[in-house]
Design a protein around this ligand. Structure first.
Ligand code: NAG
Length: 352
């Protein structure tokens, strides 16, 4: 897969995109995927707090290193989902369809390429010191609804562990040391320390003193009312910067906040799988502020991204933007991830 010419092409595309005049931003479609979808490469302002971490596709200076810790290699990865606050049935179905699209499907039920499962293949290139790869299989092993905000509507990095502890006690989730991780999703009325200002989601691990044992978890918030322009990028962009661009992209499932959240969930899952205890795969010398495999590619969704372009993505007959297919005919727009093989950001919708 890692051919030199492909790398060069990627580099060339990245470089040329950087210097394209903006009149070429809305380039005409030049390749059709099916009757209704075509490629385009919109230019949008970057999310303000992501730009410092962005390496725009490929760089010799990225020093992603392995720090000897485990990755989520046991199969399947069992996700224990906590719905904190009020979520509608259709919102839950949409997010669960995404999560269940990650596993490599049987050949007869495979969604068309490029798919979510192909997107996860980049994550499964990461291994631990025993040579075990990140699992290619992800299931929802349990769900808990915390309808009445058991720990209030203003959470912190520590109180999210109390939310997990409450879910563990009342669900009850089994102690799944081998395969388990928690995914906490908070509704739009919930504020979180640093939410909007610095993060749209994060991942860490639980402490025995709070939850009873150590397991990885991720949190992602619904940004709809608070900061869609930060956390539902690129379906909403910072208003003060939107002037010159082609405007905001149409989300694949017609839900700005949820479609934006799904890319953030993808980001966090990719990182929790490759760096679950924050001692496996990250760049930089500071483990308290690691730059991980999704941080390296924030804002990139296709070939030719960088310099304000998000990269070649698809638009269907109704104008909805996406770059991967999932189960039940769903489409999603997922950010690219750093490939340890290509030493560049990669995704299944790459034009090679
Ligand atoms: C496991 O990771 C190695 C190293 O990145 C890669 O060459 C191999 O293809 C991966 N295997 C699977 C099944 O993804």
């Amino acid at each position: 897969m890692a051919s030199l010419s492909f790398l060069l092409l990627l580099l060339l595309l990245a470089v040329s995109a950087t210097f394209l005049p903006s009149s070429m931003a809305a380039s005409p479609s030049f390749r059709t995927l099916d009757a209704n979808a075509h490629f385009f490469n919109p230019k949008l302002p970057a999310k303000s707090f992501s730009s410092s971490k962005k390496f725009e596709g490929s760089s010799d200076f990225v020093n992603l290193r392995y720090h000897m810790g485990p990755v989520l290699s046991s199969s399947p990865i069992n996700i224990y989902l906590v719905w904190y606050g009020k979520w509608s049935v259709s919102q839950k179905f949409l997010i669960k369809d995404f999560l269940l699209s990650i596993s490599a499907p049987g050949p007869r039920r495979a969604p068309p390429s490029p798919s979510v499962a192909e997107w996860w293949q980049t994550v499964s290139l990461y291994t631990d010191q025993t040579g075990a790869n990140v699992s290619r299989s992800v299931v929802i092993a349990g769900e808990h609804s915390d309808l009445h905000h058991s720990h209030g509507t203003d959470l912190t990095r520590l109180s999210i562990q109390q939310v997990i502890a409450t879910a563990v006690r009342s669900a009850p989730f089994p102690v799944d040391h081998r395969n388990g991780m928690f995914l906490v999703l908070t509704s739009q009325d919930v504020t979180m320390q640093d939410f909007c200002r610095a993060v749209c989601g994060f991942h860490y691990f639980t402490f025995p003193s709070m939850v009873g044992y150590t397991l990885p978890y991720a949190w992602v918030g619904h940004s709809g009312k608070q900061c869609p322009e930060q956390c539902a990028y690129p379906f909403a962009v910072p208003a003060y910067m939107a002037g010159g661009g082609p405007g905001v992209l149409s989300p694949p499932n017609r839900d700005v906040a949820l479609d934006g959240m799904i890319s953030v969930i993808g980001h966090e899952l990719a990182e929790v799988a490759s760096n679950p205890l924050v001692n496996a795969w990250y760049a930089g010398e500071d483990p308290t502020a690691p730059t991980e495999i999704a941080d390296l590619c924030e804002g990139l969704y296709g070939t030719g991204g960088g310099g304000g372009y998000i990269g070649q993505v698809m638009r269907d007959g109704e104008g909805r933007t996406f770059n991967v297919n999932g189960r039940n005919g769903r489409k999603f727009l997922l950010q690219w991830l750093w490939s340890p093989v290509l030493k560049a950001c990669a995704g299944p919708n790459a034009l090679d």
